[in-house]
Design a protein around this ligand. Structure first.
Ligand SMILES: Cc1cc2nc3c(=O)[nH]c(=O)nc-3n(C[C@H](O)[C@H](O)[C@H](O)COP(=O)(O)O)c2cc1C
Length: 211
């Protein structure tokens, strides 16, 4: 089974969660694919304070804070593919999503032993803004930055959906996002592409040979 994990960076059950669920539904339509969804809404996640305790403890988990991240690490590490979606906040990701990203400082302990550990995993991005051109591409780039720093293989949507899916909610929650037919089509495309590439990589000789 190929596992695709969706991460929703919105503090609300609104446009972004709706769009992400569309992408996950599209991913799950492929045979042999199962999906999981982490929503950061309502989660208590402390800031990384760069104490480097995880690094000193040689742990891929944060060993300083014990909060809602504790149960998210395994779900993240076990996934073969990621679809990360964020509302656009000041032309970037939400504070919730940035905080979630920062808490993966401990992946250094995995990567120093095996720099290509995450290259077998793929990631796609979705950004949902209240304005048509409100910074969706900047937000997608922030999500890409997370993938790049981990070495996760980045997936795009191809023609007309270069970096990821950019959706316009008109600040009208799920109903507004539903009206953006082009954005929804691209979000579903990202879901399908992430699942397809995760399947190809998982069944490849490369994946069988590397830890
Ligand atoms: C603090 C804050 C900052 C925002 N900044 C932007 C922005 O820079 N560009 C934009 O298009 N929309 C911006 N918005 C609007 C949201 O991106 C938009 O309503 C989005 O659909 C919210 O996602 P959600 O419905 O999943 O919560 C902002 C909203 C908030 C609360």
């Amino acid at each position: 089974m190929v596992k695709i994990l969706g991460v929703c960076g919105s503090p609300r059950n609104a446009a972004t969660e709706y769009v992400l669920k569309q992408a996950l539904e599209s991913a799950a339509s492929l045979e042999g694919v199962e999906t999981d969804l982490i929503t950061l809404r309502g989660k208590k996640i402390n800031f990384c304070i760069h104490c480097d305790k995880c690094v000193r403890d040689n742990s891929s988990y944060c060993t300083l804070h014990h909060d809602d991240m504790d149960e998210l690490y395994d779900r993240f590490y076990q996934a073969d593919g990621y679809i990360i979606a964020s509302p656009v906040y000041e032309m970037g990701v939400t504070g919730q999503l940035a905080t979630f990203f920062n808490r993966f400082r401990g992946t250094y302990t995995i990567l120093k032993e095996n720099p290509s550990y995450f290259s077998k995993k793929v990631g796609g991005a979705i950004a949902v803004g209240g304005t048509r051109n409100g910074g969706q591409e900047c937000t997608i780039n922030c999500i890409m930055g997370f993938y790049h720093t981990q070495g996760i293989t980045v997936v795009n949507g191809g023609l007309g959906c270069y970096g990821g899916a950019a959706v316009w909610s008109q600040d009208k929650k799920a109903l507004g996002a539903q009206e953006d037919l082009f954005g929804i089509k691209n979000a579903r495309l990202i879901g399908e592409k992430v699942a397809t590439m995760a399947k190809i990589i998982k069944t490849s000789e490369f994946a069988q040979q590397t830890p």
